[in-house]
Each structure stands twice: as structure tokens, then as C-alpha cells.
Design a protein around this ligand. Structure first.
Ligand code: C2E
Ligand code: CA
Ligand code: CA
Ligand code: CA
Length: 278
């Protein structure tokens, strides 16, 4: 494992024996992390490009490991998907995100939607619907303040996804396609499924000013989404030049380091949800 000084994240870059041993260790620790309350959610603001106001926050999980420090999801979500723990971790994430959002609302904060990442594996289980209903009931959060982020891969299980999405529409929660354009390539599902938002992956946003092909793709994704009645969220926006480009292309919402990196619940509350007058 390599410790990145700035973020104190553990990052795995190769499959050396040492890394395999540590991955083994992590997987063992992961089984106890829920009981030990070691997960936390950070939140990254999503800014409406027309009004400049925060309209949503994406919940991003981190693991506060007693020895390794704060571990990024890139280092453990794949393990949790492999050993099935992702279901229980995913349940915790939805519940915590909804509970936090309701708490902000009760404290008089600006109403925002909270977006939660869902593994395809978890999304396709039968109890997704019951889980979402139960969590909304337990936390008292109104359904329009929850958005589930799923990837194109869910469309590979067309029938089960269709049923889950229809039920979620009845409940009233939002659906977002994450990492759009990086996975499953058929676009057929877009016209059948009820989808509210398309998220342009940061790999496209990265080079929009320098790579004409990326600019063309981003442009096409935005028209496609708008013509199908969906809104577009660009992720990984780091510079004002990228933001200006996206605004000129009528992108609806921006998320990225240009506005803010993911923040703790307290920090995002202070800066975005209940900002103090200067
Ligand atoms: P994602 O859903 O595509 O989330 C965006 C990632 O990009 C986040 O990394 C975020 O911190 C990072 N990011 C945001 N703005 C910028 C930017 O301007 N520049 C750059 N270079 N990066 C930016 P993070 O938090 O490490 O999450 C990585 C991935 O882990 C997420 O990618 C998501 O797929 C997964 N993940 C995170 N939380 C959860 C969770 O609760 N459940 C599941 N199943 N997956 C999660
Ligand atoms: Ca996401
Ligand atoms: Ca993702
Ligand atoms: Ca992404």
C-alpha cells in the first residue's frame, strides 16, 4: 500500500505480493468495519449552472481504518462486491445519506437532493425497493430528495432493471446514470427506462478543451439527454475554462474540484447547506 501524504488515502497500484497480502488483510477487516462503525460519508456539492446554487450533494463513502487511515472507495468497493458485503454496506450508505439530508432539512438548511452510488449487484436484488421504502419511512425524507446513481451495466439485466426502475418511479426517487459512456454501449435502454439524469464521466470532461473528439462526445451526450428529457450533470470539472465550455453547451449541473472536493458532513453544511452570513 502506498500512503498518499496529501489525502492520506491508501492506493493500490500493482499486484505485488505485499499488496496482495494487504488486500487480504483489508478484506478481513472489511467484514468488521460496519459493526465497528468505521465508514463515513463525504459529500460533494452539485451546482446548478444557471442559478449558481447548490442543488444536490453526492454521498461518497470512505473507510476510516484504525491503522491505514482514511481509505478511498476505489481500494475497497471491489472487494466488497467480490465477497457480497456490498449489500450491507450499500444499505448503510442509503440510510446514512437520507438520515443526514433529513437532519439538514430539519435544521433549516437549503433543500438539496442527496445522490447515492449503487453497485449494479445491489441494485438488481429484489429488496432494493423494500430497502428504499423502509429507509424513506424510517428517516422521514421525502422521496424527491433522494437520487440513486447506477451505471449502464444495470441495463445488461434488462428485465430486472426495468421492473426496479418502474417501482422507483412510483416511489418518486430520482435515477441517475453514472459514468455515462464508459461502459455498456447500447443506448436502447435510454428510451425504455425512466431516467432523470445523465452524469458525464470525468474522463470526457478532462480533455474537453484539448481533445476535439471529447468535446464532440460531450456535446452529443448533452443533446441526446436533453432530447430525451433528461438533465446532464458533468463530473470532474476542475477549471473555470471547463465550466465555461460546459455552460456554453447547456450542461445543467456541475460537480468537481473547481467548486469543491468532497467534504465532511459538517464542512458541507457550513459551506453549502447552511452557509453563515459573512
Ligand atoms: P464516481 O461515482 O464516479 O465518483 C466521482 C469520483 O471522482 C469521486 O472519487 C470524487 O471524489 C472524484 N472527483 C470529484 N470531483 C473531481 C475532480 O474535479 N477531479 C478529479 N480528478 N476527481 C474528482 P471517490 O470518492 O474516490 O469515489 C470513487 C468511486 O467509488 C466513485 O466514482 C464510485 O463509483 C465509488 N463509490 C463511492 N462511494 C460509493 C458508495 O457509497 N457505494 C458504491 N457502491 N460505490 C461508491
Ligand atoms: Ca457517482
Ligand atoms: Ca461510478
Ligand atoms: Ca465517474
Amino acid at each position: 500500500a502506498k500512503l498518499d501524504g496529501k489525502d492520506r488515502y491508501v492506493v493500490y497500484s500493482s499486484h505485488s505480493l505485499e499488496n496482495m497480502m494487504e488486500e487480504f488483510r483489508l478484506e478481513a477487516d472489511l467484514r468488521e468495519a460496519l459493526e465497528k462503525n468505521e465508514f463515513v460519508l463525504h459529500y460533494q456539492p452539485q451546482i446548478n449552472n444557471t442559478t449558481g446554487e447548490v442543488v444536490g450533494v453526492e454521498a461518497l463513502i470512505r473507510w476510516q481504518h484504525p491503522e491505514f487511515g482514511l481509505i478511498s472507495p476505489g481500494s475497497f468497493i471491489h472487494l466488497a462486491e467480490k465477497n457480497g458485503l456490498i449489500t450491507r454496506i450499500g444499505e448503510w450508505v442509503i440510510e446514512e445519506a437520507c438520515r443526514q439530508n433529513k437532519k439538514w432539512q430539519e435544521a433549516g438548511g437549503r433543500p438539496v437532493k442527496v445522490s447515492v452510488n449503487m453497485s449494479t449487484q445491489q441494485f438488481l436484488t429484489k429488496n432494493t425497493i423494500t430497502l428504499v421504502q423502509d429507509v424513506l419511512e424510517r428517516t422521514g425524507l421525502a422521496p424527491e430528495y433522494l437520487v440513486l446513481e447506477v451505471t449502464e451495466y444495470m441495463a445488461m439485466e434488462y428485465d430486472s432493471s426495468f421492473l426496479v426502475l418502474e417501482k422507483l418511479r412510483e416511489i418518486g426517487v430520482g435515477i441517475s446514470i453514472d459514468d455515462f459512456g464508459t461502459g455498456y454501449s447500447s443506448l436502447n435502454y435510454l428510451k425504455q427506462f425512466r431516467i432523470d439524469y445523465i452524469k458525464i464521466d470525468k474522463s470526457f470532461v478532462n480533455e474537453i478543451l484539448h481533445d476535439e473528439n471529447d468535446a464532440i462526445i460531450v456535446n452529443a451526450i448533452i443533446s441526446l439527454a436533453h432530447n430525451l428529457g433528461m438533465q446532464v450533470i458533468a463530473e470532474g470539472v476542475e477549471t473555470s475554462e471547463q465550466l465555461d465550455f460546459l455552460i456554453r453547451q447547456n450542461c445543467d449541473v456541475t460537480q468537481g474540484f473547481y467548486f469543491s472536493k468532497p467534504l465532511t458532513a459538517d464542512d458541507i453544511e457550513k459551506s453549502y447547506i447552511r452557509p453563515q452570513a459573512p
